[in-house]
Design a protein around this ligand. Structure first.
Ligand code: N01
Length: 564
């Protein structure tokens, strides 16, 4: 069967054409093979912008998306209360000044439907849909050394080749449902928050069990409690949660943001976390107890991530951190009327901020409702799900529905779900068996021309994702452009550069209190996953400078192959 090429006669394609038709056909089977300059996996924030950028460069691109619509995280996570806890005006694209001016965010923290509308608007406005194939899950991405092409197969029977493969598959996109004994026997409905039914769920009159009290649990529990007859929360580890203090944006605020977008975005890019937080540069130890309390009250009144910026050393000094943790525990005690329930909700096993901090609306208050009860499954573990409910070591609970807010196989889950093979047939999952290894979080040695957006080793989930996504997409786009201008057919991370980067990522993480918590940042939520701190703690601004320096030095630490 003839190969189909839809590429322009650019430098890269001249090199492609040097690969014989027979060579490629023999690699993939007798099915017609379509070739693209680039294949992108995922059509969320990352995939949509990557497509836009590659099109700007004139590359033929195909995006594969497992969902029936675009939106990624915001397509799947439709549970009641789903909301972003980064402010809307920061959690949005900055690449198009026109888009920034057109779009009206309604609230400080955007709800899931609003973000999904925004992403659909982006897909339409930039005419992206014609290169996106929905309802299609990529099964394998296999590098062919002879042709220097990636061979991609999907569950819809597509078999395509591409010079560049870019994973935009999400850091928190592989739901984790623990293997509770008896789960299949449950006669009621079971939901995972990350795969919520599109038609919604009516819990009216139902006895609902919720397992999990992470960011998702604390968002969904207050909403379900408003509807259900009774909600039983099964909590293994209490989390620190801070008040969101969400509210509609005023017309004046919207106008001011629109007038100042360029400065606002620049500050985000140069910041530590990807959005503007005013950090107090004082240590919590250099002020009096009264001054500390006053400061904590001040930031508590503002709410959101600002609370963690009350002092400069909350994330690195255990004594300062404990002051903040004590303050939040006291707030829980003041809010929750039942002292025993309040005690159970107070975290003690990790420093504040070392597990992903939660941002809530009325979470602790929800435990003052008559129809909500809390079960500590740390002291009385879940033993099994029965046909009529859930049984712990000490008691049985009758339930009509069970909601698993049990999180995700973070950062590597979506990659390992695909068969990704690089040089010498090496499986990515095997290369990363002891933990992910990347250079700058964007490439891994032995996998040429495979880019990972917001991969392990980049600020990613420790930052405002949209800022980190744009930085990666732009860096990748610039890299592809550089390769064309310099007649390069492949780029690959060097092992020495990768080793040095992994060591640096660990060193920076160990300087903080992060490794003290059993968090998903460390893979601790997935049985058997190696305990390695995955995101880069060094800060968005510093990381951007480092990436730019690498590019300015002709992609230092990468091996580039030319074909002239
Ligand atoms: O998942 P999680 P999530 N038995 O892993 C519990 C982002 N996000 O979906 O801590 C009993 O944090 C588990 O208990 P433990 C954000 O980055 C953002 O809530 O392992 N319980 C924990 O309580 C966030 O961090 C927004 O002891 C079990 C919970 O399930 C990330 O997504 C909103 C259990 C899982 O918490 C993931 O959050 C929502 C078991 N066998 C999410 N297994 C925004 O607003 C797990 N648990 C942007």
């Amino acid at each position: 069967m003839p190969l189909l090429f839809n590429d322009g006669p650019d430098a890269i394609e001249r090199q492609n054409e040097a690969v014989s038709e027979e060579q490629r056909s023999s690699e993939i089977s007798a099915t017609p093979v379509k070739h693209f300059d680039a294949v992108v996996i995922g059509a969320g924030f990352s995939g949509l912008y990557m497509l836009y950028r590659l099109r700007e460069l004139g590359l033929s691109t195909r995006v594969y998306e497992a969902g029936a619509g675009v939106g990624g995280t915001w397509y799947w996570n439709r549970y009641p209360g789903a909301r972003c806890d980064s402010p809307s005006v920061h959690y949005s694209y900055s690449f198009s000044p026109e888009l920034e001016q057109e779009w009206e965010w309604t609230e400080k923290y955007p709800r899931q439907p609003e973000i999904l509308r925004y992403l659909n608007h982006v897909a339409d406005r930039f005419d992206l849909r014609r290169d996106i194939q929905l309802n299609t899950r990529v099964l394998s991405i296999i590098y062919n050394e002879a042709s220097n092409l990636w061979m991609i197969k999907t569950d819809q029977g597509d078999q395509v080749s591409a010079r560049y493969c870019i994973t935009a598959a999400g850091c928190l996109s592989t739901p984790n449902t623990p293997k509770f004994p008896g789960l299949a026997s449950f006669q009621g409905q079971v939901y995972h928050t990350g795969q919520w039914p599109h038609e919604g769920v009516d819990f009216t009159g139902k006895r609902v069990g919720v397992i999990g009290t992470g960011s998702t649990g604390i968002q969904v529990i207050p909403q379900i409690a408003k509807q259900a007859a009774h909600v039983t929360v099964f909590q293994r580890t209490p989390n620190y949660s801070l008040p969101a203090r969400n509210r509609p944006l005023t017309p004046e605020e919207k106008a001011s943001v629109k007038a100042n977008y360029p400065q606002l975005r620049q500050t985000d890019r140069e910041s530590a976390a990807g959005f503007t937080i005013t950090r107090n540069e004082q240590s919590a130890l250099e002020v009096t107890a009264e001054e500390r309390q006053k400061k904590f009250e001040e930031v508590w009144a503002i709410g959101g991530f600002q609370v963690l910026a009350s002092f400069s050393d909350i994330g690195i000094n255990l004594e300062s951190n404990t002051y903040m943790a004590d303050f939040v525990r006291a707030k829980i005690g003041e809010t929750v009327h039942n002292p025993e329930v309040a005690r159970l909700l107070m975290p003690h096993d990790h420093p504040i901020g070392t597990k992903r901090i939660c941002i809530d609306t009325g979470y602790y208050e929800t435990y003052n409702r008559e129809n909500v009860s809390l079960v500590d499954v740390r002291t009385s573990p879940i033993e099994e799900i029965t046909p009529t409910g859930l049984r712990t070591k000490d008691a049985e609970y009758e339930l009509d529905a069970l909601v698993c807010a049990t999180g995700f196989d973070a950062m590597t889950g979506a990659l390992f779900n695909m068969e990704i093979r690089g040089k010498n047939g090496q499986l990515l999952k095997e290369k990363w068996a002891d933990g992910p290894r990347t250079y700058l979080g964007v490439m891994t040695a032995g996998f040429p021309n495979l880019f990972i957006i917001t991969g392990p080793g980049s600020p990613s989930v420790l930052s405002n994702m949209t800022v980190s996504i744009e930085q990666h997409v732009e860096w990748i786009g610039d890299c592809v452009q550089y390769m064309r201008e310099h007649h390069c057919s492949s780029i690959e991370a060097e092992v020495a550069a990768e080793d040095a980067w992994v060591a640096h990522v660990n060193e920076v993480a160990n300087f903080t209190l992060f490794p003290r918590a059993n968090s998903w940042y460390l893979g601790a939520n997935i049985p058997g996953k190696p305990r390695v701190f995955m995101p880069y703690v060094g800060g968005v601004g510093n990381y951007r400078i480092k990436c730019q320096e690498v590019a300015d030095k002709g992609y230092e630490g990468f091996c580039l192959m030319t074909y002239d």
